[in-house]
Design a protein around this ligand. Structure first.
Ligand SMILES: [Zn+2]
Length: 366
């Protein structure tokens, strides 16, 4: 598929701008519709909304008191220890409530307990652990936690299912926005010396945006450095003096463009959504539940990462940067961008002026 292979230099504004947007879509993405531009609404999904296990939801003493036959001041007995069933865990606060056993101790975390006659009471978390070993208290609590976790995971997945159309629309729009950036970066890598591209990638990893030049010291600089040559005790000392000095040249903007491509983020978003959509409710294992439960957060993160990468590339394709690239590649500073000459072909050593580059690009685009 033909698409423009270089960004354009706009003389009027002095900016490098991406070529006009082309409706080119990666074939790996959106492949299910078979068309280059997929509508976010033409999706099917096998996964139905998940049903949560019913819970009472206890948030106050009042909620406890509503339970059938709820009573407190219960005498602990061996029978009680063996037969009590843990119904639900609760966390009530900030004011503590009292234990349903005669200990009457205050607590914030405890359990609703059902007694053998169908009535209910409550125990604090400590009393529960201390007294109910015989009724497999730990096992019951573990099972409750299991239900709680699976309910949480299911609710996260339901939230995801609700938001997928919206996520898909965002991903779709961002994919189009990222097209010109993708092309511009691709062309940047082709047009600029590999050593500069490598340098930018390394700087992006190190978050090193300041550009310095190393210069051989003049006589004046040598003597001023001598005056400063003192150790931590303030004693002057001899040291082998460097012949070189670093000079600040400028600040690179939008370097994060080189950490990851916006479309790579979007592919991950797409993969997550497709995984969920292609899974049927019957084949949803506990492992998949746990995995999918994180997708809502992960997709949200990846989408905002994409937005920030696009903002960064907006900053990256900026005239000031290009002046620095020129400097970095050739070790000299020429503010006149019209006279930029890049070593286009390292093997032949052939140099192209920007005008030649532009014509070359136009041929490639046509
Ligand atoms: Zn107690």
């Amino acid at each position: 598929m033909g698409y423009p292979r270089a960004y354009l230099y706009e003389k009027a504004t002095g900016h490098f701008v991406p070529p006009p947007e082309v409706l080119y879509m990666h074939p790996l993405l959106w492949h299910r519709t078979g068309s280059a531009i997929s509508s976010p609404h033409e999706r099917y999904q096998d996964l139905d909304k998940l049903e949560l296990s019913p819970t009472i939801g206890i948030f106050s003493l009042l909620d406890l008191e509503k339970q059938p036959g709820f009573r407190q001041g219960i005498q602990l007995s061996d029978d009680l220890k063996k037969t009590a069933k843990v119904v639900e865990a609760y966390r009530i606060g900030p004011d503590p409530i009292h234990c349903g056993l005669t200990c009457n101790r205050p607590h914030n975390r405890g359990y609703l307990i059902s007694l053998i006659d169908g009535s209910h009471t409550n125990v604090g978390i400590d009393c529960g652990q201390a007294h109910f070993g015989a009724s497999d208290f730990e096992g019951q609590v573990k099972a409750l936690k299991e239900v709680e976790r699976s309910n949480y995971q299911k609710s996260q997945i339901n939230k995801l299912l609700d938001d997928i159309p919206n996520f898909r629309k965002q991903a779709h729009d961002l994919w189009h926005k990222a097209g010109p950036v993708n092309n511009a970066l691709h062309n940047f890598r082709e047009l600029y010396p590999p050593s500069l591209v490598e340098d930018l990638r390394n700087r992006s990893t190190r978050r090193q945006s300041s550009v310095h030049v190393t210069k051989r010291k003049g006589e004046k600089e040598k003597s001023s450095v001598d005056e400063l040559a003192i150790d931590s005790q303030g004693q002057s000392r001899q040291r082998s003096e460097s012949e070189f000095v670093q000079e600040y040249v400028g600040e690179l903007r939008g370097l994060a463009t080189f950490t990851q491509k916006p479309r790579t983020c979007l592919k991950l978003v797409q993969e997550m959504m497709e995984h969920v959509e292609q899974t049927s409710s019957h084949s949803l294992s506990p492992a998949l539940l746990a995995k999918f439960a994180k997708f809502h957060e992960n997709i949200t993160k990846k989408l905002s990462e994409t937005i920030s990468l696009l903002e960064q590339s907006e900053l990256f394709f900026n005239e000031k940067n290009f002046q620095l690239f020129k400097f970095m590649a050739e070790g000299q500073y020429l503010p006149d961008l019209e006279r930029i000459e890049w070593n286009f072909d390292q093997n032949s050593g052939r140099k192209l002026s920007f005008g030649q580059l532009k014509r070359k690009r136009q041929r490639l685009a046509g």
